[in-house]
Design a protein around this ligand. Structure first.
Ligand SMILES: Cc1ncc(COP(=O)(O)O)c(C=O)c1O
Length: 458
């Protein structure tokens, strides 16, 4: 179909996720046609270096033949098998077994769903089942972090703490609470790692005391906050929060939808601090974006508590038609082969190079903070480095940045609050990382020197 026709149909019929509908109709879609490795080609033949792995998900890069073949083979042989009524597919069973073997500690039970949002929503339901099963149904309150993102189901959007997801949506719900984010660059105290960690632990303890220890079920966090602006907590923070949850008698849930599958280096970010959550959510890198799939990893203890306190013959009422979809599972297996066959190691090496290149950017007068965890990076722009003043929202920086990126053939995330997000595919070569950083540096330089921006810089 001709590009103009597609643009018209898109405007008239396709509702885009998390978009300003009026603005989208004015701007029109950027239509992508193909991809190979870290590169995308749009409908006009323009080549784009994908510095964001689609939406932090195409960890293996585009066009992996082994993944395509695994999907094709599964689709031809058995495109669908329900998990209901005791049925299963070979691929789903094999994937659950391999993931359980790789998972932290005793996270041995795996529930497959379609993506990250329903993984979070599933956890919220499993928490209810668990608390009922252990005879503490009043434990229904859940605590998350400011700037946290946990998807956009009804319940998940309330646990999320980003204004766009709360506006006109009647969330957070009455049982959802938030404590401050462990945000080193904008920490209100001395910014020392130990203070940031102590402040988070104290905030959690205080919130639990305020809501009542007998009423709190769980604490949720991302090991690195992604959509909130790539906020990397200090080393030791995750383990301290895990410990605090154990002491407070509440479940610790790690949302590894972004950080899972090599994004920060190891297969799961929790491994870095030997943290074993009670439940863990993943999606994105699980299939590297080749097909929708998410998963909940559940500890033996949570699983057995629910199992042993539910009468025989009574089903646990949670499931979806596409739970453990065999094509997604076959893709998951092929992608896992890639991670184990060198992709994780390549991501670690490329991530080191990315860090060395981006660190030099922090000298730039328009760059306040550069934060990096493996192949995940955030660059925070400020108009005054000393006071850490944020650019005036009227400058519309994120739109300008995204437009310059597209013009120069570089895709990254331009967050609304002046943070540039990078999450390159783990398959990137050192040359591709260099090209990405060269292009980004030029763009930051250009935007800092735009007349309306430079006139408001200190
Ligand atoms: C930490 C986290 N949790 C949950 C989600 C929701 O995942 P999905 O968009 O697959 O529903 C996301 C998506 O970016 C995420 O970053």
């Amino acid at each position: 179909m001709h590009a103009e026709t597609l643009l018209r149909i898109d405007r008239d019929h396709l509702i885009h996720p998390v978009s300003a509908w009026r603005d989208h109709e004015e701007a029109g879609a950027r239509i992508l046609r193909s991809g190979k490795g870290a590169w995308l080609t749009d409908i006009h033949g323009k080549e784009l270096l994908d510095g964001f792995s689609g939406l932090w998900c195409v960890n293996a890069g585009y066009g992996c033949q082994s993944v395509v073949e695994a999907a094709t083979e599964q689709m031809a042989r058995l495109p669908y098998a329900t998990g209901y009524f005791g049925y299963a597919s070979e691929a789903a069973i094999e994937l659950a077994g391999r993931l359980a073997a790789k998972a932290p500690g005793n996270l041995n039970r795996i529930f497959f769903c379609q993506g990250g949002s329903d993984a979070v929503d599933s956890v919220l339901r499993f928490i209810r089942f668990f608390q009922h099963a252990r005879g503490t149904p009043q434990k229904r309150h859940v605590i998350g972090l400011a700037k946290g993102y946990h998807g956009s189901t009804y319940a998940g959007s309330g646990l999320t703490a980003l204004a766009a997801f709360h506006r006109d949506a009647d969330v957070p719900l009455s049982w959802q609470h938030h404590i401050p984010s462990p945000y080193p660059y904008r920490h209100e105290g001395d910014g020392q790692d130990s203070t940031i960690i102590a402040d988070s632990v104290a905030a959690l303890q205080q919130k639990v005391a305020e809501v009542g220890a007998a009423n709190v079920a769980a604490f949720f966090c991302e090991p690195v906050q992604g959509s909130g602006g790539v906020i990397v907590p200090p080393r030791g923070w995750l383990a301290a929060m895990r410990r605090a949850c154990t002491e407070l008698g509440i479940l610790f849930v790690a949302d590894e939808v972004i950080t899972g599958f090599g994004r920060t280096g190891p297969l799961f970010a929790c491994e870095t601090e030997q943290v074993v959550p009670d439940m863990m959510t993943v999606a994105k890198g699980l299939t590297s974006g080749y097909a929708p799939m998410g998963a909940v990893f559940m500890s033996d203890e949570v699983y057995e508590t629910v199992r042993d306190n539910t009468p025989p013959g009574v089903p646990i009422g949670h499931g979806m038609t596409y739970s453990a979809h065999p094509v997604s599972a076959a893709i998951g297996l092929a992608v896992l082969d890639l991670y184990e066959g060198g992709l994780l190691a390549n991501g670690v090496a490329a991530g080191r190079h990315l860090a060395s290149r981006l660190t030099t950017l922090s000298e730039h007068p328009f760059v306040g903070d550069v934060r990096i965890s493996g192949m995940l990076a955030g660059i925070e722009l400020v108009t005054d480095k000393t006071s850490r003043r944020k650019p005036d929202p009227s400058l519309g920086l994120s739109k300008k940045l995204a437009a310059l990126g597209y013009r120069d053939g570089l895709l990254f995330r331009a967050f609304a609050d002046d943070v540039i997000g990078l999450a390159p595919p783990l398959c990137c070569s050192i040359e591709e990382i260099d090209l990405m950083c060269d292009r980004l540096t030029r763009i930051i330089h250009e935007i800092a020197n735009l007349r309306d921006v430079s006139s408001r810089r200190a």
